[in-house]
Write a protein that binds this ligand. Structure first.
Ligand code: ZN
Length: 116
């Protein structure tokens, strides 16, 4: 069994690369074979907090949902991207929007710099 990861503390005090590596680590743990529900919830909460902090550090904003104008996108592995607000799933017809979201996520993870 994998050990419980220690969360690294207050996200506002962590560097971008620390946040990025913790985000990656915890996302991988979330994908691993069914962690216990309470554990999963903790991991998910932490990933959400880290992501919010990473987003707050870049100037770019995500594209708007064509249906409800929300700017919250989510994706489960192997699934289509979907709007967190109205649940709209993006299909290949909206490939440009899908790519814009991909680019945005990359920007957030890289901290808006290419040589980080
Ligand atoms: Zn929407």
């Amino acid at each position: 069994m994998a050990q419980e990861a220690t969360f690294k503390g207050d996200v506002s005090e962590l560097s971008h690369s620390e946040l990025r590596s913790e985000h990656q680590e915890l996302s991988e743990q979330l994908l691993e074979s069914s962690p216990a529900a309470h554990r999963r919830e903790k991991l998910h909460d932490r990933v959400t907090v880290i992501w919010r902090e990473l987003k707050s550090r870049v100037d770019e904003t995500p594209p708007e949902c064509p249906d409800c104008d929300a700017q919250h996108w989510t994706q489960n592995p192997g699934d289509a991207k979907r709007c967190s607000e109205c649940g709209k799933h993006l299909s290949m017809d909206e490939i440009e929007l899908v790519e814009t979201i991909e680019n945005y996520w990359e920007t957030v993870l890289s901290g808006g710099t290419t040589n980080d």
